[in-house]
Each structure stands twice: as C-alpha cells, then as structure tokens.
Design a protein around this ligand. Sequence first.
Ligand SMILES: CC(C)(COP(=O)(O)OP(=O)(O)OC[C@H]1O[C@@H](n2cnc3c(N)ncnc32)[C@H](O)[C@@H]1OP(=O)(O)O)[C@@H](O)C(=O)NCCC(=O)NCCS
Length: 247
Amino acid sequence: MKTVDVLWNAAPRGLKPADGEVHVFSAPLDIPAERVDELASWLSHDEWQRASRFHLERDRRRFVAGRGTLREILSALLGINPRRLAFSYGEYGKPQIAAPAAARSLHFNLAHSDFIAVYAVAKHALGVDVERIRAMDDAEQIAERFFSPREKLCLRALPPEQRAEGFFNCWTRKEACLKAIGSGLDDCLDRIEVSLAPGEAAELLGVPNGSRSWRLHSLTPAAEFVGALAIKPEDSLVNCWKWVGPD
Ligand SMILES: CC(C)(COP(=O)(O)OP(=O)(O)OC[C@H]1O[C@@H](n2cnc3c(N)ncnc32)[C@H](O)[C@@H]1OP(=O)(O)O)[C@@H](O)C(=O)NCCC(=O)NCCS
C-alpha cells in the first residue's frame, strides 16, 4: 500500500488560469455542516435535483460538497460569483462551462473517490481521475475485461504487495484519458494503453485514433490515493494545490 507524505501546498489567493499551465486542486468531501450549507447555497436547480436523488445522506453531502467546491474554485479563478456559473454536458456527461460566455474557453474536469475530490483546470481540454488504493474482489475480472494484454502482463509481474497500486495506476490513467476525450466507457478502454508499475512515470503507451496528443501525469492527492491527469502537450506546467477556500 502506498503511504507517502503529500506535499500539495495551500492554493495561494489570486490564482489565475495562464497559458501553458494546469492547476490541480484536492479538496475534502467530508466537511462541517455549516460549510456544506454555504456551498449548497450556490448550486443550480439541476444540481439540487441530482443531490436529492442520493439515497444515503453521506453521499448527498459529498455530492453537494464536490459541486459547491467546483463552483468555488472556478469562480475564484474567474473572479466571478459562484452562482453565475452554469454548466452544460457533453454526449457522455462531461461537464463544461456554459455561462458566463466569456468563461467558456476555460476547461475543467473533476473526480472523486471516498472522501476526496480532485479538480483540474486549464485553457485546454483535460481529464482527471482519482481512486483510493484498496483491495478489490473483482480486480482480476476488471483487468481481464478492460486492460490490454501488455497491461495484464505488467500487472501480473508485480509483487503481490504492489498489485493494488498497479491496478489503480492503470485504472486512473485510462479513465483520465477517457475523461479528457469526454467519451463513454465502451469507447476504446482496452485500446488506451498505459504504464502502471508503481514508481514508474505515467505514460501513454498506446492510443486509439485521434487521441495521440495527450500526456499523462500521476497525482498523489493524499496518502493511499492515486490519481492521473491527461492533458494537452501545450499545457506543460502542472501545479498541484490543496483547496482550502477562496480566502
Ligand atoms: C462517468 C465516468 C467518466 C467516470 O465515472 P466515475 O469513475 O464513477 O467518477 P469520477 O469520480 O472519476 O468522475 C465523476 C465526474 O466526472 C465528470 N464526468 C462525468 N461524465 C464525464 C465524461 N464522459 N467525461 C469526462 N468527465 C465526466 C463529472 O464532473 C463527474 O462528477 P460530478 O457529476 O459529481 O460533478 C465514466 O468513465 C465511468 O462510468 N466510469 C466507470 C468506472 C469504470 O468501470 N472504470 C474502469 C476503468 S479500467
């Protein structure tokens, strides 16, 4: 299991999106009730409807915290009120900024796992994923279905104590690519080939048509979590921050 000290500094005030830069933020989803209430006050009608469909109160609060924090981060970067943001959705559900119109050129993506959310923002399209490293009963079946022959070989060659981390390296890197492209799961998951061995650089080894232009970065937003970021080569500087609020 991965246990590392995570060195993501608190995001400074006045951060602005800049050419060639990606800002990645990690934020907690289990937060005090007053903070959830504040974030909840910014959500749109459709976000409230989604929140109301969760069966478990904990999941509803995490969804509200995740969407509220998304609005808080984007509004801080754009210098606007979080309520002014409206989102639209691609064919497979990828959210993007619809309003205000001047902000449409800003790209973002987010992912959540357990009590952590990760947000990535840049001037070009991008995708992010995060997972808590854990033992999974169906890991072998998932690898059999979604991993390429080369990835399966690499996973099996790992010592048993590194397999969970290798599995989630592979999963998050593939998902980050899919989320960058904005496509559905069935769309070429086994044709996106990635490196997975713990300690090795995140690399895109094989790609389906038209997605050759992505670069992968690995992320460690917290101990025992792995994440991946798929970005355009133009965005070469990746800054990782802890989101502690706009002030
Ligand atoms: C929807 C999907 C993009 C990610 O789902 P997920 O892993 O459950 O969730 P994540 O935490 O990574 O991401 C969720 C966020 O991604 C965004 N998102 C949704 N659909 C998206 C899409 N098609 N492309 C990019 N981003 C998307 C949303 O912001 C969503 O969060 P929100 O609705 O709470 O704001 C999709 O790839 C999926 O269904 N994955 C299933 C997981 C799986 O079996 N993976 C096998 C990998 S080997």
